[in-house]
Ligand binder design. Structure first.
Ligand SMILES: Cc1ncc(COP(=O)(O)O)c(C=O)c1O
Length: 444
């Protein structure tokens, strides 16, 4: 193979890697070659326990035959078909399947599905739908979106505008947005098990931003029900309910970004179900195809959908869509994924492990460097004290150490974030936790 410089090792120069320290990585690469169940195998044949479901996406574990076969069958039968003024059965079938599991159940009526190719596209789609809906109901001045500090909503211009991670924002122009404060509060909430007690008052920021900008300028508020990428930041008890109530008071739509929390991560099909708070739009991706084929979807309420189904019947109602919206192969992968989730009860399995997971993670309290431990569903975070003058390096060293010992964790800054596939067994949870404990003891 001429693209390999030596046995098994690819040439690394050409792939400009995303969200990666390219020069550092290429000097000391970590390359995964295969995956099955809970494990990756690296190019040298070492097994690596997956503590992150890939990147929060392989909820049913790796190498699922049912998905492989469905994808193979679909490419043979219909490799691609447009969905602009055309259609194919797989897109409608998959939308119907998703609708049957829609966030909030039947009562929430979040069963109109717009397909995208990723989480970032889902976010930009939801923001555009929100603005278009407001305009369609005679509220055309509502073009601003409220997000939150430390929020992550992908990397489109809409997503970075409402997002709250400075490195993703500082170089780029943005759409009109403003931000509520984040809900991370180590002083009051460190080592909380599950949802933190303190901080519901932070939801009042939405009311303050209404007072600052005028409700008539605000189309929607978008939040991750649980912030994943910033290092697992949980909503204080009652917080999301309060956001919903304030939004209702001022005619503001609520968007839940469930790209990470969707498809069983918290032990319910969606975070919408976990919190019992119903948004108007829900963004998803990742677990929708078990990470196998790029895809995302936005669930819209019937109110929003119907609000846009106006004007002459031959007129396109929403000038928005992607070549790959409802790609047949992605839909086939998604259908097979949903069948696995149904057959194996994976949309709720995390609930039966939540307590074991919580106690396992919190057993790390007292290990070197740990300043907080957070958990919800099958998500966990272990926050480390940063090294003086070198933030992020301690957690990165722990990450490299764990990888060498055969466990894949994820770090963001000095926070270790964990989200194993939802098929994880208790012994594997123990392995993840003990590998981290050992690495922390070695970490300077
Ligand atoms: C909450 C949230 N929204 C959006 C995205 C962006 O998804 P993608 O990387 O598929 O564009 C992510 C990715 O991690 C996410 O966690």
């Amino acid at each position: 193979m001429d693209h390999r410089s030596k046995a098994n090792a690819p040439v690394l120069d050409n792939f400009w890697m995303p969200f990666t320290a390219n020069r550092q990585f290429k000097a000391t690469p970590r390359l995964l070659a295969e995956a099955e169940g809970m494990y990756y195998t690296d190019i040298d044949g070492n097994k690596v326990l997956d503590g992150t479901a890939g990147l929060w996406c392989c909820n049913a574990g790796h190498g699922r035959k049912k998905i492989v076969e469905a994808v193979e069958r679909q490419i043979r039968t219909l490799d691609f078909a447009p969905t602009f003024q055309m259609g194919h059965p797989a897109a409608f079938d998959f939308a119907a399947k998703l609708a049957a599991h829609a966030p909030g159940g039947a009562a929430a009526q979040l069963d109109r599905v717009f397909f995208t190719g990723s989480g970032s596209e889902s976010v930009d789609t939801a923001l555009k739908i929100a603005i278009a809906y407001q305009r369609a109901i005679g509220q055309g001045t509502r073009t601003r979106i409220i997000g939150r500090e430390k929020g992550y909503h992908g990397v489109g211009f809409g997503g970075i505008s409402v997002g709250g991670l400075v490195n993703n924002r500082r170089m780029f122009p943005q759409i009109p947005a403003d931000h509520m404060r984040h809900t991370l509060d180590l002083e009051r909430n460190a080592f909380s098990k599950g949802l933190p007690q303190h901080g519901i008052e932070l939801a009042e920021d939405l009311e303050r931003l209404v007072a600052l900008h005028g409700a008539e300028t605000i189309a929607a508020v978008i939040v991750e029900p649980m912030s994943g990428s910033a290092g697992v930041i949980l909503p204080p008890k009652g917080y999301l309910e309060r956001i919903r109530a304030i939004a209702d008071k001022y005619g503001i739509l609520v968007i839940f970004d469930e790209v990470i929390t969707g498809f069983g991560r918290l032990g319910t099909p969606f975070a919408t179900d976990y919190f019992g708070v119903t948004p108007d739009l829900v963004t998803t991706a990742k677990g929708i195809t078990n990470g196998t084929i790029p895809m995302g979807a936005v669930f819209a309420s019937r109110k929003v959908y119907d609000g846009l189904m106006v004007g002459p019947e031959n007129a396109i109602e929403l000038f928005h869509g992607y070549t790959y919206s409802g790609h047949p192969v992605a839909c086939a992968a998604g259908l097979a994924t949903m069948e696995i989730y149904e057959e194996e009860g994976l949309l709720t399995r995390a609930a039966s492990l939540e307590e074991y997971w919580q106690e396992a993670l919190h057993s790390l309290k007292g290990q070197p460097h740990i300043i907080d431990i957070r958990n919800i569903g099958l998500v966990g975070a272990i926050e480390l004290a940063p090294r003086d003058g070198a933030p992020g390096t301690r957690a990165y060293d722990v990450f490299v150490d764990c990888f060498k010992k055969g466990t894949l964790i994820r770090v963001t800054g000095d926070i270790i974030a964990l989200s194993p596939p939802l098929i994880v067994e208790k012994e594997q949870i123990d392995t993840i936790v003990s590998t981290i404990a050992d690495a922390l003891k070695r970490a300077a």
